[in-house]
Design a protein around this ligand. Structure first.
Ligand code: SF4
Length: 700
């Protein structure tokens, strides 16, 4: 590998949505082993700190396991042959079966510029909205919750609020492992920490107060809190009256949830619940911090709104140290949302209305803008299975591992007429299903922007040259666009040109009606782009330096500019335990691994924490099934099977197990936890219910 000199490169971590800044330096000799990775002391999101995953990034570099050349039917080929094949397959399908017969499935690992051109090609030129992303699996319920409450997918808070809060309530989040740098910031401040989670996780161990609630009972808990606030005169009536609508309806829904009733339903002692309610009621500077435990549910959107309702009722939003704060999983989950990476939104946060599709048509000079939302992830792979989708392009993600009913998804891909995968990794469960493989650049080679969980746009800068014949994702997408005949609209030579267009679109006929607006960057020049400092959107005439905190003027993006309370009623999980599947399975991340381990699995020190899939089980359940510490066990559900090694843990409530998400069939047989989950989803967001899966356990 030849190494181009980029001394002192500042970039961002490619793993989680914290979006830590990283400083890259090079020792005197060339090659990936000469790279040193440190936290960027100048980056406001992490101020020099990195977690173990970020600090081990240097170990994950190098060509081993990389996809270095295009492949067609398993044989290495050249780019022209591969792309001609891809273009013919897409063009044939569109000609014979219409635009909705093709699909793109993207990833929160892509850069915003990659996402932008993929979305433009599909929704503006091919004419279908069948473009969705693995972000659907982690934060689409948070998006739907924000839209219902604020009229836009707009995250109110910033990380500074975590430093300055007096109370942080973590619900469905094991932040000590999954967002470690943010958790350090919470611990470094003065805030009391309340953790609400069925699992006594590493985060719960460090809490001032831990509520080990029954799985899925979050809506009842926050309805109970809303009712308590009303009963004990802790409402901000002025805020409710002047800046919100729908309070009485929300309170009516919450009114059945007395303290005793809520405690009983949630399975927590009433005294502990009361302690939490009092703490929340009496602490002005409260941040509610929530993640997949809330979102990955059949009623995840309602759970989001149950939390947001409590903040609106107390006026604790848009203020320093206060607000509802959903934390994204991936480095660029939010960047994807900005450019229309979700099948149900258009670019620049626009919804599917005739005005907006016309607006996009004018802006892009696009021949056929998609007029209606496309298929969300679960439905998209169902359509692949049924043959309705005949050509699918999967970019930088591994749905044959991560989707619910993963075995069925892999089978659907194997049987699909045409599957193309672009990735930096050669061998994954998903690349094994593809007819065409396209080598893409990876972290350290890619050049563009990402947006982290606090709306902060940061640069990812290259410090290595692409290995083999790898190309940037945006280049590969533009190649397809050109071959389909869309030459002028996809004639980019550098990511800054894409970013400029993206910024211009965000301000195009906006008039302050859309939250996402970075129009002040629409004339950014190459040097300015290269030097771009991390900045939080909006970046416009009103916010030339960006904006740390939204809604401090209490004006929202709804039609009446008021925030909406959403009345919510607790829902049972979409699937239930039964005699055959009597146990609940919860799943999530391990401390030292990321996604399907295609990168973190390369670093020896990250495997030390847990080398094989460890399934946590309460000792009572272990005794019942004759399971000992370290026993090899299998989990079976109506959908599939997973095996791993048992770890006995009091952190698990009896009747509830926990398994990690990272292992794949490429690493071991029956290793995918997602194979167990049914493809059932939240009706508002389409996000699958991963957190409550009925299973049985078997000693192997
Ligand atoms: Fe920061 Fe997340 Fe990367 Fe850790 S994994 S260094 S917390 S961005």
């Amino acid at each position: 590998m030849t190494v181009k000199e980029y001394p002192g490169t500042h970039t961002t971590c490619p793993y989680c949505g914290v979006g830590c800044g990283i400083s890259i330096n090079r020792k005197s000799h060339p090659g990936p082993s000469a790279i040193t990775v440190r936290g960027d002391t100048q980056h406001p999101s992490n101020a020099g700190r990195l977690c173990i995953k970020g600090s081990a990034l240097g170990e994950t570099l190098g060509d081993r396991g990389r996809l270095l050349r295009p492949h067609l039917h398993g044989q290495a080929t050249d780019w022209n042959t591969a792309m001609s094949f891809v273009a013919d397959a897409f063009a044939d399908s569109i000609r014979a079966h219409g635009p909705d017969s093709v699909a793109f499935y993207l990833s929160g690992q892509l850069l915003t510029e990659d996402y932008y051109v993929a979305n433009k090609l599909m929704k503006g030129f091919i004419g279908t909205a069948n473009i969705d992303t693995n972000s659907r699996l982690c934060m689409s319920s948070a998006v739907a919750g924000y839209k219902r409450a604020f009229g836009a997918d707009a995250v109110p808070c910033c990380y500074d609020d975590l430093d300055r809060a007096d109370l942080v309530v973590l619900t469905g989040s094991n932040a000590a492992w999954t967002h470690p740098i943010l958790f350090q910031r919470m611990q470094a401040g003065n805030a009391k920490l309340v953790v609400i989670d069925p699992r006594a996780s590493a985060t719960a161990e460090l809490a001032d107060l831990y509520l080990g609630i029954r799985p899925g009972s979050d809506t009842a808990l926050f309805n109970g809190l809303l009712y308590f606030l009303a009963q004990h005169q802790h409402l901000d009536n002025h805020y409710i009256q002047h800046h919100t609508s729908g309070f009485q309806e929300a309170l009516t829904s919450a009114r059945t949830w007395s303290l005793q009733q809520t405690a009983l339903h949630c399975g927590v002692p009433a005294e502990k619940l009361l302690a939490f309610f009092r703490l929340f009621a009496e602490t002005e500077k409260t941040v509610s911090f929530y993640s997949q435990g809330i979102n990955q549910s059949g009623s995840g959107t309602d759970k989001n709104n149950a939390i947001i309702n409590c903040h609106l009722a107390t006026g604790r939003i848009g203020r320093v140290g206060a607000g509802p704060f959903s934390i994204t999983g991936q480095p660029n989950a939010m960047g994807g949302r900005e450019v229309g990476g979700l099948a149900n939104t258009l670019a620049a946060h626009m919804e599917f209305t005739r005005d907006n599709t016309n607006r996009l048509g004018r802006f892009w000079h696009a021949p056929q803008v998609a007029l209606t939302p496309g298929l969300k992830a679960v439905d998209m792979f169902r359509a692949v299975e049924s043959g309705q989708i005949k050509a699918v392009w999967i970019m930088a993600t591994n749905p044959a591992v991560s989707m619910p009913e993963a075995g069925r998804v892999a089978e659907a891909l194997r049987n699909c007429k045409f599957v193309v995968v672009s990735d930096c990794v050669a061998d994954t469960d998903t690349t094994r299903c593809a007819q065409v493989l396209l080598p893409a650049t990876s972290w350290g080679e890619k050049n563009g922007t990402v947006t982290n969980a606090e709306r902060r746009i940061s640069r990812q800068r290259p410090f290595l040259q692409p290995p083999g014949e790898a190309r940037h994702d945006w280049q590969i997408i533009c190649d397809l666009a050109q071959r389909l005949g869309y030459t002028k609209a996809f004639d980019y030579s550098h990511p800054v040109e894409i970013f400029r267009e993206h910024a211009r679109l965000s301000g195009f006929e906006n008039n302050g009606s859309r939250a996402f607006d970075i129009s002040l960057l629409e004339n950014i020049q190459r040097q300015e782009y290269d030097a771009l400092q991390p900045v939080q959107w909006p970046v416009n005439q009103d916010n030339p330096q960006g904006c740390a905190r939204l809604f401090n003027d209490a004006r929202f993006f709804t039609d009446n500019r008021r925030a909406h309370f959403v009345p919510v009623t607790p829902q049972a999980p979409l699937q239930q335990t039964c005699a055959l599947y009597p146990l609940w399975l919860n799943s999530g991340r391990m401390r030292d691994q990321w996604h399907t381990m295609t990168r973190t699995g390369r670093a020896r020190k990250l495997l030390n924490h847990s080398e094989i899939a460890e399934i946590q089980i309460n000792p009572q359940d272990a005794r019942k099934y004759n399971i000992e510490e370290g026993s090899l066990i299998a989990l079976n559900s109506a959908q599939g099977r997973m095996s791993g090694r048992a770890t006995l843990s009091e952190a698990q409530r009896p009747g509830e197990l926990f398994a990690p998400i990272h292992w794949s069939e490429t690493l071991a047989r029956d290793a995918r936890v997602s194979a167990l989950a049914a493809a059932v989803v939240d009706p508002h967001s389409g996000q699958p219910e991963f957190k409550q899966v009925p299973i049985q356990v078997e000693l192997l």
